[in-house]
Design a protein around this ligand. Sequence first.
Ligand SMILES: C[S@@+](CC[C@H](N)C(=O)[O-])C[C@H]1O[C@@H](n2cnc3c(N)ncnc32)[C@H](O)[C@@H]1O
Length: 394
Amino acid sequence: MSAPPLDQARPYMTALADELAAAGAIRTGPWAAAFGHVPRHLFVPRWFAPETDHKGITVWREHHGAATADALAAVYRDQTLVTALDPDTAEQVDDTAWTGIPTSSSTLPSLMAGMLEDLSVEDGHRVLEIGTGTGYNAALLSARLGGHLVHSVDIDPALVDQAQRALSSVGFTPQLTTGDGTRTSSPVGRFDRIIATCSVPSIPAAWIEQSRPGTILVADVALGIEGGLVRLEVDARGRALGRFTTNAGRFMAARGEARTYPAPQRPERAAETGTRPSTVTADDIRGNYAFRLLLALRLPKAETVYHVDDAGAMSLQIQTADGSWARTPLAGQRSETVTYGGEAELWATVEDTWRWWNDAARPTHDSFGYAREAAGHAYVWHLPDGTRWNLPTT
Ligand SMILES: C[S@@+](CC[C@H](N)C(=O)[O-])C[C@H]1O[C@@H](n2cnc3c(N)ncnc32)[C@H](O)[C@@H]1O
C-alpha cells in the first residue's frame, strides 16, 4: 500500500504543529517548524489501536495510515500509536486484531514536543536518542539540527531497518545503530544532549560516559509503582543533577532482548495475616500522580496490580518480590481497610508517605529533585525543604 502524497498530508502536519503549540507543548519556533515539516505518516505506515473486547481485555486493532483520509487524520492526532507487539505475548484474535504487550510505538506528539523542548538543543549540538522506534523523533531532531548531528539506537534491528528506510525517504541521514542503548557506549564519542524514549529504573553509567560537562539528559525514570520524566545536567565530576519535569508522560521500559520482554516473575504470595483500618484508599493512590511517584521512590521494589477475589470484588494491591502484599478495595464499605500478608511495614510505608505528602501540602511531581552521583547511587529530594530519599542502585 503506497503512502499518500505529501501535499495531501501537509494540512494535517500543519494542524498538528498548531495544536501542539496551542497546548503549550511546542514552545519555540524551531520545534514548530520541525513538527510542521516532518511527515509522521511516513514513519507510521501501520499501527495498532487499543480496543476493549467483550471480556474487558485490550486487543490491538491494526490500522494502515495510507488506507483512507480518516486513517491519515488519525496519524496526525495527538495520540500514541503502537507499532509493534511482543511476539511472545501477541495472539491473533481475528483478521486484524491481536492481544499482546507493545514493544514499540510512535510516542504521543505532545509528550515528544515537551521533551524536545526540555532538551534545550542549540544549533551544532550532537544528540543521542535511545529508542529509535519508528524514526519519527530522530527525523524531528534531524530537521532541527541536521542528520549528521543525530545518533539514535534501538535494540530491535527490524525497527532500525524500517526507521532507516523511512528517514532516507524524507532525505534524513542520522546515524542509526542497533544495540542495548542502556549498556553500550556509542563509538562516536560524547554528546551534548541525550534523550531516552524508553524508560529506565536508574540513569545508566553508559549515558554518563557519553556525556560531557553540561550535557543535558531527558529520560523517564520508572520504578515499579510509577515513574517520571527527569531533566538532568551532567557536571564536570560526572554527577547528573536536576529535577522531575512538568511533563508527566510515561514510556515503555528498556529491555535486554530485541523483540520481547521477559515474563514477569510472580513469587508465591505470603499467607494473609490480617485486615485493619487504613488511612489511605485505592482512590488516594489512583487519583494522585505525585503521591504515586513518591510511593514508587519510597518502595522502589514494589509494584501495583489489580486483585480480583472469588466474589469478583476488585482491590488495588501493592506487592514486593519477597511475596509480601497489601490490598485495599476499589469501592464499597471496606474501602477504608487494608488486608495484608508478609511484611507489615509495606502498608505502614504507604500510610507514612501519604501523611508526609499531605503534611507537605501535596507537592506536585516537579517539586522533586533527582541526582545520580558519579559512583552510581541516586537520590530524590523535595526541593523546598530538602527531605531526601536514597534510591537503590540497579
Ligand atoms: C516508545 S518507543 C520509541 C519511539 C521513537 N522515539 C519514535 O519516535 O518512534 C521505545 C523504543 O525503545 C526501544 N528500546 C527498548 N529497549 C531498548 C534498549 N535497551 N536500547 C535501545 N532501545 C530500546 C524499543 O524497541 C522501542 O522502539
